[in-house]
Design a protein around this ligand. Structure first.
Ligand code: 13P
Ligand code: SF4
Length: 312
């Protein structure tokens, strides 16, 4: 049985590589994607890196964006001349649905003079209502770039807490209590217990974790910032507080180092809906195209382009 599965995977990989060439396709994969998808991707990265890569790639005719909806949607908005596809149409980020566009409009009415910064983990209609977008990699630079002491920020309340600590500005979280269901699974108590068994381990976590967890970490950053940090640091052991898909990449890039998930049940089920088979079918049939009405895309593009123009 195991041999049959290995052979099936090998055939799929060969077919994907062939189709990529034939169709001049670029496969982008987020750091949380299954290992086998990361291995066939042209580029693996965090949300801002994938956005930039989609823009910089001039030769690709189509982009298969293996991640969740809001990331593929951002790439489609930023690249109106390219066709963008997602391997699973069900790969939807629940946090992105915690702040609908109507709610952004209500907050804007309540605070008419306060700029609105939205995490890219939102849908296009909400982005169209904001002044500028951000990712966890550039959030501090984005908020600092605004000539305002108070900022409306959503939908992640934990990232809002992080940026308030780092910028000293008053951050009003919209909505109250927005969160990532995967990152709130990390508990300070679990990490402290792991630290007892591995006193030499360094703790690196994502800013979507709770303030409790961020406060005991040695490093807090985006998924690719975590990869960079563990690559450059001299420590041999790391406790990683973000979705477990990242373990594949850090292990591959750092064969001499040990990586311990801060909680091995921290799986984003939405990210995992993309499979190698679905990547193959997407390439072959050009299924699940991402489309955004131009009236919405036009406004969302402004907020995304303003973010991209700010260096990380
Ligand atoms: P990154 O931008 O750090 O890759 O994060 C995206 C995300 O969805 C984290 O849960
Ligand atoms: Fe959304 Fe959380 Fe999954 Fe990231 S890990 S895509 S924020 S549900």
């Amino acid at each position: 049985m195991a041999t049959i599965n290995v052979m099936k995977t090998m055939t799929l990989v060969d077919d994907i590589l062939k189709l990529k060439k034939e169709k001049r396709a670029l496969v982008l994969a987020h750091n949380y994607q299954r290992g086998e998808i990361q291995d066939i991707a042209d580029y693996v990265g965090d949300s801002i890196e994938l956005c930039r890569r989609a823009i910089e790639e001039k030769d690709a005719r189509i982009i298969v964006f293996s991640a969740v909806d809001f990331m593929a949607e951002s790439a489609a908005i930023l690249n109106p001349d390219k066709k963008v596809f997602i391997p699973s149409s069900g790969a939807r980020c629940p946090m992105a649905r915690m702040l609908p566009a109507e709610e952004v409009r209500l907050w804007k009415k309540k605070y008419p003079k306060v700029p609105v910064v939205l995490y890219v983990n939102t849908l296009a209609e909400a982005k169209a209502e904001c002044d500028i977008c951000c990712t966890s990699a550039n959030v501090v630079n984005v908020v600092d770039s605004l000539d305002a002491d108070t900022v409306l920020f959503g939908p992640d309340e934990n990232l809002a807490w992080n940026v308030q600590q780092k910028t000293g500005k008053k951050i009003i979280p919209i909505p109250e209590g927005g969160f990532c269901p995967t990152h709130v699974l990390f508990l300070k108590e679990d990490i402290l217990l792991l630290k007892e068994s591995h006193p030499d381990a360094v703790v690196a976590v994502h800013p979507e974790c709770t303030p409790d967890v961020q406060s005991i970490a040695d490093f807090v950053g985006s998924t690719s910032q975590i990869c960079k940090y563990v690559g450059e640091s001299s420590a041999k052991k790391y406790i990683i507080g973000t979705e477990v898909g990242i373990i594949h990449r850090v292990k591959k890039e750092n064969p001499g180092k040990e990586f311990i998930p801060a909680y091995d049940g921290a799986v984003c089920p939405n990210m995992k809906l993309n499979t190698l088979e679905r990547v193959y079918l997407t390439l072959k049939e050009e299924r699940n195209p991402i489309t955004v009405p131009e009236s919405v895309a036009k406004k969302a593009r402004k907020a995304l382009e303003r973010m991209v123009s700010i260096t990380q």
